[in-house]
Design a protein around this ligand. Structure first.
Ligand code: NAD
Ligand code: ZN
Length: 354
């Protein structure tokens, strides 16, 4: 064991454009923690953003940081007082561990905990490594038939589940999703699984829209620069206005489309994070009683995401377009940055991943 740990390597971001696979220390599992042999880790847009820009908003990479937070692994050691898991268990890892004591934590909205420790959000190290230590209560056991890659996919899928819960998606919902990147796609999959019968997705990339169609979007629409025109086309395509819009691009014109395009009394959820300030048709939304809701990651969504995958109600496998060994991590990041991929997976461990 200690021999294996000595061999730990991790993908460390030193500064903008400087990503290195190098030896990295592993910590022994303390009270309530488990030591994992990492298996699959997906690359998220935020990982690429830190690599290329060095910051997201107020989160600035000031010291070397391991990237990656969409992950699964196999437990190789349990720390004291771990009751829910044992050595050998295959798990998906929820990356944000909150304080468990503040009002947000106590009322179940632990994603809003100001003291949350979230993987690969500076200064916290991420999980693209051979070994990683994590809070046991934020690891969820994978059924035997769920692959490690599917386990890693519970992370972005949880964002989709949370967005749909915040939006109140239910049987018969008609949903507009703006942005057909990985987050738009998982929101679409979650919305369908939660009962939405019609989902229209917009993007400025026809290739992304074509892909969205193959994985289940009812309709797709190339977004116009003019948000009102796009909203009008959405209504024409659906034959009515959507009662829910899930904004997944962060683009100002796209947020405008959700405001104009949602039926009076409907709900807009803002998942996409773009520029800090935007010019939006706020009076239009106000007088039509559009409820505008924020989305920050997720809380209590991992069990639901895992259940959707395990039961076959959601198939995330077609979204995994590229795979690399941890030794080829930099190449994997180059592919993720190219925009050609939907989800790039890194294989960190020796087990079968898919
Ligand atoms: P992505 O960049 O892969 O996808 C965004 C998509 O939006 C792209 O396909 C792009 O072509 C499209 N787009 C750009 N401008 C558009 C426009 N005007 N109209 C329609 N589509 C347009 O990113 P992703 O990984 O899918 O993430 C989507 C967004 O969600 C990002 O802003 C990301 O930061 C955010 N995000 C938020 C949370 C949260 O907790 N709120 C969590 C994860 C990701
Ligand atoms: Zn808290």
């Amino acid at each position: 064991m200690s021999l294996a740990l000595d061999e730990n390597i991790a993908l460390v971001l030193h500064k903008v454009d400087d990503l290195r696979l190098e030896p990295f220390p592993v910590t022994e599992p303390k009270d309530g923690e488990v030591l994992l042999e990492m298996q699959s880790v997906g690359i998220c847009g935020s990982d690429v953003h830190y690599w290329k820009r060095g910051a997201i908003g107020d989160f600035i990479v000031r010291a070397p940081m391991v990237l990656g937070h969409e992950s699964s692994g196999k437990i190789i050691k349990v720390g004291p007082n771990v009751k829910n898991l044992k050595e050998g268990d295959r798990v998906t890892i929820e990356p944000g561990v909150p304080c468990r004591r503040c009002d947000f934590c106590k009322t179940g909205r632990y994603n809003l905990c100001p003291d949350v420790v979230f993987l690969a959000t500076p200064p916290v190290h991420g999980s693209i490594a051979r070994y990683h230590t994590h809070a046991a209560d934020f690891c969820f056991k994978l059924p035997d038939h769920v692959t490690y890659e599917e386990g890693a996919f519970c992370e972005p899928l949880s964002v989709g589940v949370h967005a749909c819960r915040r939006a109140g998606v239910t049987i018969g919902s008609k949903v507009l999703i703006t942005g057909a990147g990985p987050i738009g796609l998982v929101s679409m999959l979650a919305a369908k699984a939660m009962g939405a019968d019609t989902i229209i997705m917009t993007d400025i990339s026809q290739a992304r829209l074509d892909f969205a169609k193959t994985v289940g979007a009812t309709y797709t629409l190339l977004a116009d620069n003019d948000a009102q025109k796009t909203a009008q086309k959405v209504t024409e395509t659906l034959g009515c206005m959507p009662n829910i819009s899930i904004e997944c691009s962060g683009a100002e014109s796209s947020i405008q489309t959700t405001f104009y395009g949602t039926v009076s009394g409907g709900v807009v959820v803002l998942v996409g994070l773009g520029r800090p300030l935007a010019s939006l048709p706020i009076v239009n939304a106000a007088v039509r009683e559009i409820d505008i809701r924020g989305v920050f990651r997720y809380a209590n969504c991992y069990p639901a995401a895992l259940s959707l995958i395990a039961s076959g109600r959601i198939d995330v496998k077609p979204l995994i377009t590229h795979r690399y060994d941890i030794n080829e991590s930099v190449k994997a990041f180059e592919m993720a940055e190219s925009g050609q991929a939907i989800k790039v997976m890194i294989k960190c461990g020796k087990e079968v991943q898919n």
